[in-house]
Design a protein around this ligand. Structure first.
Ligand code: SF4
Length: 482
């Protein structure tokens, strides 16, 4: 279980801001990633074309999502991939457990699942849930492996251990790996981690991976990665379980290259990644390697709620590149843990309310300056700032009887604020009342306190001017001095 919770956002953000090492680590990493993206999109025309294309593909696929999911299931099944549907995290974990128990015998125990990087498996808290049944889940992505040693959670969706510098990684290895000779040489650190993992690939009974794109027309699961651990997880153990959100389906194989290009350029500034895996079936007769069984778990977990509304549906266009985080002035200062959600930063703020409800995430949707940087870099052009405004509105509003309510709608409603806004609306639509109000405010302004609760912790309390602009203009027109 993560020690960070979205309900504790303010405290976690304050703690992060007070940690100079964390801020330095993030600043350096974010500057690096921003520069990588900038050079990958050196030609603005090409960038615009790629984003137009990626946006159009994601919108087209989402507009046919129910049919595409059925087609994906049919074609995966025809290929020998077993498809499972999970409505929520509990369902998904039960499916993992059932597969593990059915496919192994007592002599296989203790069971080991070796995992490639999968944020959806973080979403269902897979490691923790499997541990309750004596199954070990071992992370094989280097960043995930480091934070698993620490008992920590990812702070970035692409680079899970980005909050650590090489000295801190060295400290982690020194603490947890018995024969490690302390060093801050990055190559040695990586080789050390790899040596630890290599043997585990051979002994794990089950490999787990995420899915970047699930192709409906062919029943193919595409996996994008740089370390080769994804390929090992999906080919060496006898059983491969892939888990993904229902939104990751695309219609055609030809949809994949443009999305792949948009993803890698936006995420790490690469034209392509070192590995691109296409998984279409379990091992066939006569083949020398590959898993004997492949399972695909399609997880909803709140995505249907986002899908039902045309505006919030845009959230599901996301291809999880992380660019919005790398450019967010809030994320780059507080890092990922402060959000207390699996998906931090701008994408986390718009997807987490659907996964967890607005009660838990109401502080996240307001933790934005609405500067628009996230929307400007998003390769699929998700209008993140306007979705944040929509969620802020939903957190205050009573449910609309014509629509299914969003989870936690009205969670941030405040009677005093509602009364204040009603009063202002009344005054703003009745000039006499408005003038009486501004006249009175001008007379009592010296009695307005300097501190007005949280709002004035880092702002000056607004004081109405002694005389309103209307009043001054009127006098000016009459030729009187103010
Ligand atoms: S919202 Fe856009 S920029 Fe952010 S992770 Fe998703 S695709 Fe990338």
């Amino acid at each position: 279980m993560s020690k960070y919770q979205p309900e504790q956002f303010h405290q976690q953000a304050a703690d992060a801001l007070a940690d100079p090492q964390l801020r330095q680590n993030f600043r350096g990493a974010m500057d690096y990633l921003q520069e990588k993206r900038r050079s990958a999109f050196a030609d603005p025309k090409e960038e615009a074309d790629i984003r137009d294309c990626a946006e159009a593909i994601r919108q087209r696929c989402l507009s046919h999502l129910p049919e595409l999911l059925e087609q994906l299931e049919a074609n995966c099944t025809a290929n020998g991939i077993q498809v499972h549907w999970a409505e929520n995290a509990a369902d998904a974990n039960a499916i993992f457990l059932a597969i593990a128990q059915a496919a192994t015998s007592p002599s296989d125990h203790p069971l080991l699942m070796i995992k490639g990087k999968s944020m959806v498996s973080e979403e269902i808290n897979l490691n923790h849930e499997m541990a309750k049944h004596g199954i070990t889940c071992l992370e094989s992505d280097m960043g995930e492996y480091i934070i698993q040693l620490d008992g920590d959670t990812p702070s970035h969706i692409i680079m899970p251990a980005i909050h650590k510098n090489k000295q801190q990684v060295c400290d982690t290895f020194s603490e947890h790996l018995p024969h490690f000779t302390p060093t801050t040489d990055v190559d040695t650190l990586i080789q050390t981690g790899r040596q630890q993992l290599r043997e585990k690939f051979r002994t794990a009974q089950i490999g787990v991976s995420g899915v970047n794109f699930a192709v409906a027309e062919t029943g193919t699961l595409c996996l994008v990665e740089n370390e080769g651990n994804g390929r090992m997880c999906t080919t060496v153990p006898d059983i491969h379980i892939a888990i993904t959100g229902i939104e990751k389906v695309v219609a055609y194989l030809s949809d994949v290259p443009p999305l792949y290009s948009a993803l890698t350029r936006s995420a790490t500034g690469q034209a392509i990644t070192t590995y691109f895996n296409m998984i279409s079936s379990p091992r066939k007769p006569g083949e020398l390697d590959g898993p004997k069984a492949v399972h695909l778990i399609l997880l909803d977990n709140g995505r249907t709620q986002a899908y039902q509304d045309e505006e919030t549906r845009q959230t599901l266009q996301c291809i999880r590149c992380g660019a919005c985080m790398n450019h967010c002035p809030v994320y780059t200062r507080i890092g990922g843990h402060a959000y207390g959600t699996v998906y931090p930063g701008p994408i986390g703020k718009i997807i987490s309310p659907h996964l967890l409800g607005l009660e838990a995430t109401q502080d996240l949707v307001t933790a934005s300056t609405l500067c628009g940087a996230c929307g400007e870099v998003c390769p699929v052009r998700i209008p993140i700032p306007s979705l944040l405004q929509r969620l802020r509105h939903e957190a205050k509003q009573p449910p609309d009887p014509g629509h299914d309510p969003l989870k936690g709608q009205r969670a941030a409603a405040s009677t005093s604020e509602a009364l204040m806004m009603k009063g202002f609306a009344l005054a703003a639509t009745h000039p006499a009342l408005y003038h009486a109000g501004t006249w009175t405010a001008g007379k009592v302004n010296q009695w307005i306190p300097d501190k007005l609760g949280h709002w004035t912790q880092c702002r000056t309390a607004p004081k109405p001017a002694p005389k309103s602009l209307h009043h001054l203009m009127k006098r000016k027109r009459k030729g009187e001095s103010s």
